[in-house]
Design a protein around this ligand. Structure first.
Ligand code: G3P
Ligand code: MG
Length: 432
């Protein structure tokens, strides 16, 4: 197994701590170009081959299956370079703000508390958002009882930062209070408008929504008759669908994003971007709840009903291939900087609960990536036993802990086969 011993001073130099918050935003954007290896050693194994390999290993080769250790001595922990994990968050690790109990155990296994003493690099790829990456990582660190760095985290709106150069004045929808405005400004957007600003300027905009005192104080007063909104970004779930949709609709039907105007053919409005397209998601309720994808469907239907024309919107997040490419770059950089591993992993295990975003995205990316992206579906979230997932995972397991153990065991078997092969080649060479 290609592994690197932990605890060397070189590693320490590269570890980014949450306290160094400045590393997050730059790092997410500045990932190196990914070089993925040619496909090899990825042929599926079957039971009799494994059994034969185990037999040879036990009787002929004298290779230890687990790292040797004296009784009572903690195992030497090594970091594997062969594989890595990527985790969806809602429905896999967290539900309704609380950790799924097996998730804490799963993190311990990844961090070396397993019978092989192996540490496995991992990242998080969520469609969720509404907070800065730093804030979300701090929260996740507490929930999972580990240290989560922004350097190993992507949320739904992370790729939106790349649009900050292109669009100057933008309307940001969703999230709590002013949080999404702050996120957008931190991404570099120059002029960020919220629905609150628009209602503050003209309270007749939304007949059934009045601003609270806080909202009124936080909203920025300006004359929207003189403002052109260049793009609309739905950063997080809307807290008030009716008023947010009214404002989006007004802009879509406007001339060049100027409120109070109407375009003749309704084709002069700004583009609308959603940070993801999950129609439902898994939270504290027993059943799934509607999410941002439902708002998108609703907005498109409403636009058609009102204008008679179709509306094209754009969604980021999973299952978009771009999100998985972004994840590849993040993982590459994370493994390099924290573990000194330069080679891409042969396999990335992606653990998700939503067939339409997690499994679909992983499977489609697997078809074009040069390494293996292996989809694992869990039963703790959107997917429920007894239904047929629209997109088939490589394997379905109960919890994220089972997913981690599945990947770990699968890799141990692969490693064993490799060692057997190497040993038999060596034996043949000696005989000759
Ligand atoms: O709103 C977030 C939700 O739709 C999905 O989050 O972590 O399951 O990708 P996640
Ligand atoms: Mg999920």
């Amino acid at each position: 197994m290609s592994a690197q011993t932990l605890g060397m001073p070189r590693d320490e130099r590269f570890v980014r701590r949450l306290s160094s918050k400045s590393t997050s935003t730059t790092d997410l954007n500045m990932g190196p170009t990914v070089v993925v290896p040619p496909k090899h050693l990825t042929a599926p194994s079957d039971a009799h081959e494994i059994a034969a390999a185990m037999e040879i290993a036990r009787h002929s080769i004298e290779l230890p299956i687990t790292p040797p250790s004296a009784p009572g001595t903690p195992l030497e922990t090594t970091v594997t370079g062969k594989y890595a994990f990527a985790f969806d968050i809602d429905g896999v690790l967290i539900r309704g703000g609380k950790p799924i109990p097996e998730a804490i155990e799963a993190m311990k296994v990844l961090n070396g508390q397993n019978e092989y003493g192996i540490k496995i690099p991992y990242i998080f790829v969520t469609n969720g958002g509404g907070k800065s990456e730093n804030e979300r990582c701090l929260q996740l660190s507490q929930q999972l009882q580990i240290e989560v760095s922004p350097g190993q985290f992507i949320c739904g709106h992370t790729p939106m930062r790349e649009m900050a150069e292109k669009y100057r004045t933008v309307l940001v929808i969703g999230g709590e209070g002013e949080k999404c405005r702050q996120v957008a400004e931190a991404y570099g957007f120059k002029d960020v408008v919220t629905p609150g600003d628009i209602i503050k300027d003209n309270q007749d905009t939304t007949p059934f929504r009045k601003l609270t005192e806080d909202e009124h104080n936080n909203s920025r007063l300006r004359n929207f008759a003189e403002v052109e909104i260049d793009a609309i970004f739905v950063f997080a779930d809307s807290r008030d669908w009716a008023s947010d949709q009214q404002i989006i609709l007004d802009l879509l039907m406007s001339k060049n994003g100027r409120l109070g105007t109407r375009s003749e053919n309704f084709d002069e409005g700004p583009p609308v971007f959603f940070s993801h397209n999950d129609v439902v998601w898994s939270t504290s309720h027993d059943l799934t709840r509607i999410g941002m994808g439902a708002l998108r469907v609703s907005l498109e239907a409403m636009f058609k009903a009102v204008t008679g024309t179709d509306l094209q919107t754009i969604a980021f997040g999973k299952p978009q291939i771009g999100t998985f490419e972004f994840a590849t770059r993040l993982l590459q950089q994370w493994r390099k900087e924290t573990h000194g591993i330069n080679e891409p992993p042969e396999t990335v295990y992606f653990v998700g609960d939503t067939p339409e975003s997690d499994i679909r995205g992983t499977n489609e990316f697997n078809n074009e990536a040069e390494n293996t992206w292996y989809s694992i579906l869990v039963r703790t979230g959107v997917f429920r036993e007894g239904t047929k997932p629209k997109f088939q995972p490589k394997v379905t397991v109960d919890t994220v802990l089972d997913a981690v153990l599945h990947g770990l065991e699968r890799e141990q078997k692969k490693a064993l086969k490799r060692r057997v092969l190497e040993a038999s080649i060596e034996a043949e060479t000696i005989e000759e």
